[in-house]
Design a binder for this molecule. Structure first.
Ligand code: FE2
Length: 361
């Protein structure tokens, strides 16, 4: 032990903790609210110089006393093991398992099973793992039945945007978005121009297309990992710069600036892919420094080409009465071939927290 660092023997080996870190993370009713566990003080309220004067492990608990105020706190060994930061950084995905097209078996939830907590919990788990699931047994054609907002409400309120709570995907005479035409659509993530970017997207098919209209899904986390392994320099460039996205229409001008591939910065999962934003329709002219533009374009084009590899593309037809739910900052979606103008989908968005943050125990 030194005044600045305490070393503790834990289940997975010794770990060092800084005195200031321990003081800032003190337990007890003076430091933490009894009900919520939230911190009761601001870091500015701590002494300028925090030192440890005694540290001792007794029965699996670390007892520490600090100077200059003789403040004491107790730390459970399990808690220290969970929060240890003295370890090698490892990359990985929190709950996500990136997939290739032939590995994916989309989890399905039949509407009547929604009432079972276990069925909904399984679906949520599949969404975190695969980034996609299908809810079946909904309204189809002109028939009455549960719709896309009812599916969103299994988890939480639909995220309303300037499109409204629900948007229609069908051929329009004067579309404000290319998605609202029958044309084939390049794989993309939706609405990177919104701040924050919508977390989950739900698309409910009411009327299918007689021809074309095949849905293409692609795991952006998998694509990014392939890109990183094949061209680490280009990967580093694409993750270190943001690009602008914009959408104008209906009295709105929406603008956001985000990286195409966002990675965790620091922490135990340093370098893990956190989000993908790719949309060739709404990306603005790149505004990077002159000296970086050529290299950035090379990296951007290489990643865009990778997004068309057949082994990454999962193709299927969404039938009437089915709703596909997918992580909009992970799974890219597109439409292969021109759809009939009768094809009708209803869509909405849902914040990630409603699915990723929900506990079922
Ligand atoms: Fe879209």
């Amino acid at each position: 032990m030194s005044p600045d660092v305490v070393t503790v023997e834990l289940a997975n080996g010794p770990a060092r903790f800084h005195a200031l870190w321990l003081r800032d993370n003190a337990s007890g009713h003076e430091s933490r609210h009894t009900g919520s566990g939230q911190r009761l003080f601001d870091v500015t309220e701590l002494p300028d110089r925090v030192e440890v004067v005694s540290a001792e492990v007794v029965d699996g608990r670390l007892y520490v006393t600090f100077e200059p105020d003789r403040f004491s706190s107790i730390y459970e060994s399990d808690w220290l093991e969970t929060h240890r930061y003295d370890r090698p950084v490892t990359s990985g995905f929190v709950g996500a398992v990136p997939w290739l097209a032939h590995d994916l078996s989309i989890h399905r939830l039949m509407w009547p099973d929604r009432a079972k907590t276990s069925s909904l919990a399984e679906t949520s788990k599949a969404l975190v793992r695969d980034g996609v699931a299908i809810v079946d047994g909904l309204a189809a054609g002109g028939n009455e039945g549960p719709g896309v907002v009812d599916v969103a409400n299994l988890w939480g309120p639909a995220r309303e945007t300037n499109y409204g709570e629900v948007f229609l995907v069908r051929a329009e005479v004067a579309p404000t978005n290319l998605a609202f035409t029958p044309k084939a659509l390049n794989v993309h993530t939706d609405n990177p121009y919104r701040c924050p970017v919508p977390g989950y997207q739900l698309l409910h098919c009411l009327v299918a297309s007689e021809t074309g209209g095949v849905t293409v899904l692609l795991d952006g986390f998998q694509a990014a990992e392939v890109f990183r392994s094949e061209d680490p320099t280009a990967f580093a460039l694409l993750t270190s710069r943001s690009v602008p996205f914009r959408w104008r229409g209906g009295g709105f001008e929406l603008w956001n600036r985000v990286p195409v591939i966002e990675v965790e910065d620091g922490g135990p999962a340093d370098g893990s892919i956190r989000a993908i934003r790719y949309n060739n329709r709404s990306v603005e002219p790149f505004d990077l420094p002159f000296d970086e533009m050529a290299d950035f374009y090379q990296a951007y084009r290489a990643f865009a080409r990778l997004l068309h590899r057949p082994e990454l593309e999962y193709r299927f037809v969404l039938n009437p009465g089915q709703c596909v739910v997918f992580d909009n900052e992970r799974i890219l979606h597109g439409r292969d071939g021109e759809a009939d103008s009768e094809r009708l989908l209803k869509g909405c968005y849902l914040d990630r927290d409603w699915i990723h943050g929900k506990k079922y125990v």
